[in-house]
Design a protein around this ligand. Structure first.
Ligand SMILES: *Cc1c(COP(=O)(O)O)cnc(C)c1O
Length: 435
């Protein structure tokens, strides 16, 4: 065996028990448990051996590398160009919504009237905000997610009865979950009408009977059918004389000029729908939730149904949803509406310091998407920072994690989906892995 050089980092790696005995590390052990800390110590020791970390910085590096207490979830900068990335948790909460979650985290008056000291309606502030945002709704109710909203409607209005729905709207929403299976799991039967590409009002009318619970219209939020097609709008379904429920999917409360083909709750209710269901964490930009907006009597039936208790949302969701609805700007809205020229400038400002560091970087035009099962076929013109593809894994596993997309042999970072105040973090993350 070769004698090691005196400056060989392997010689100077502090021993595990010595590191664990350091008071700062011992405090971390008391808080997080020995195994978690020991794993981090081992990893940092490896980095000292590899010469990446000076031996005298080991403890500081261990403390910095400890996962945040309580969750294994990591912060990720979404540079994929998909605004609502399903695997990254869909909508990013606004600062106001995050503050609201923190406020509600302890004891809070979610069900208490602080003036009278008596019980009050749960989530009344959130419901008031939604009613104010959608005056066309007689009342609103909130459940866990869009799927739960559909389950509650199907159970309360059509268990043992029929849901009349077009064959062109029997949608698979992702991860193998299919709306028809979800609806039938409630004990309702589907009465399919029309064909994959064409359904007429007469098809619906011919299917109605005393077994009809309601007519359901589902927005095809993750695919587009073009060519010889025909569907029936809510305004015409409303003439059928049975309850009309519209699943708009992505949760726009009012029309958005940037997404002209996305339905919104206000327009659909104004057209005569009795109930609208939608997700809270798609284009609305809020927490995961299922919104139910509609006539006061139907909403009251849903709220009073025993299943409503099993689907109810917690105080953190109510807080984040209220803040999202009351304050217009949020990261999802900002990302959808970002001006391409501003994005080009942000990309240039990120690329310049990287180029000066000798990194192979360029700024290219690109296209972002809404993603998350929204606005299929709509491209949002964008710009990307283009980097060598071998940086992808290191960036994704770095801290903070930066997720881009590899396309055409390059790693592309689309800043449309990165919060504006995080651009500098992108620069330092790329610098750190490109060394
Ligand atoms: C996303 C979506 C759902 C499911 O909503 P979740 O909030 O994911 O449960 C149902 N219907 C449509 C049309 C959707 O786009």
């Amino acid at each position: 065996m070769q004698p090691a050089e005196p400056q060989d980092p392997r010689r100077s790696v502090p021993r595990t028990d010595a590191v664990l005995a350091d008071p700062r590390v011992a405090a971390a052990v008391a808080e997080r448990g020995r195994d978690v800390v020991k794993d981090v110590v081992r990893t940092v020791q490896q980095r000292v051996r590899a010469g990446e970390v000076p031996a005298d910085a080991l403890v500081a590096e261990v403390l910095a590398a400890l996962p945040p207490a309580g969750t294994t979830l990591r912060r990720v900068l979404n540079a994929t160009g998909a605004v609502l990335h399903t695997n990254l948790g869909r909508a990013q909460l606004s600062p106001a919504a995050v503050d609201a979650v923190v406020t509600a985290a302890g004891a809070t008056d979610v069900e208490l009237d602080l003036v009278t000291g008596r019980r009050a309606r749960r989530g009344r502030g959130t419901m008031a905000a939604l009613r104010a945002a959608v005056p066309a709704a007689g009342d609103v109710h909130v459940v866990n997610n869009g799927a739960a909203a559909l389950v509650l409607v199907a159970t309360a209005l059509a268990a043992g009865k029929e849901i009349v729905v077009s064959r062109g709207e029997l949608v698979e929403i992702g991860d193998g979950f299919r709306l028809p299976d979800l609806l039938e799991s409630t004990g309702a039967r589907l009465r399919e009408v029309g064909t994959t590409n064409r359904t007429s009002l007469a098809d619906y009318r011919a299917a109605l009977s005393d077994r009809t619970g309601f007519v359901l219209k589902v927005h095809p939020s993750n695919f587009v059918v073009t060519g010889f097609t025909a569907g029936v709008e809510a305004v015409d379904l409303a003439t059928l004389g049975v309850p009309v429920v519209v699943d708009i999917g992505s949760g726009l409360l009012t029309p958005d000029a940037a997404l002209p083909d996305e339905p919104d709750a206000t327009s659909v209710l104004a057209a005569g729908a009795d109930l609208v269901t939608a997700s809270g964490d798609k284009l609305l930009g809020g927490p995961q939730a299922g919104l139910l907006l509609g006539t006061a009597d139907l909403v009251e039936r849903l709220r009073r149904h025993p299943l409503a208790r099993a689907l109810r949302v917690d105080k953190l969701t109510l807080a984040a949803l209220e803040a999202t609805v009351r304050a217009a700007p949020n990261p999802t809205r900002d990302a959808v509406h970002a001006d391409p020229e501003g994005l080009r400038e942000r990309c240039a400002a990120v690329a310049e310091p990287l180029r000066l560091s000798g990194i192979d970087v360029s700024v290219e035009p690109s296209a972002a998407v809404v993603g998350g099962g929204g606005a299929p076929g709509v491209d949002l013109p964008s710009w990307v920072v283009s980097l060598p593809p071998d940086l992808a894994v290191a960036l994704r596993t770095g801290d903070p994690s930066v997720a881009g997309r590899v396309e055409g042999g390059r790693l592309l970072l689309d800043l449309r989906t990165v919060p504006t105040d995080a651009d500098e973090l992108v620069v330092s993350a790329v610098r750190a892995v490109a060394r």
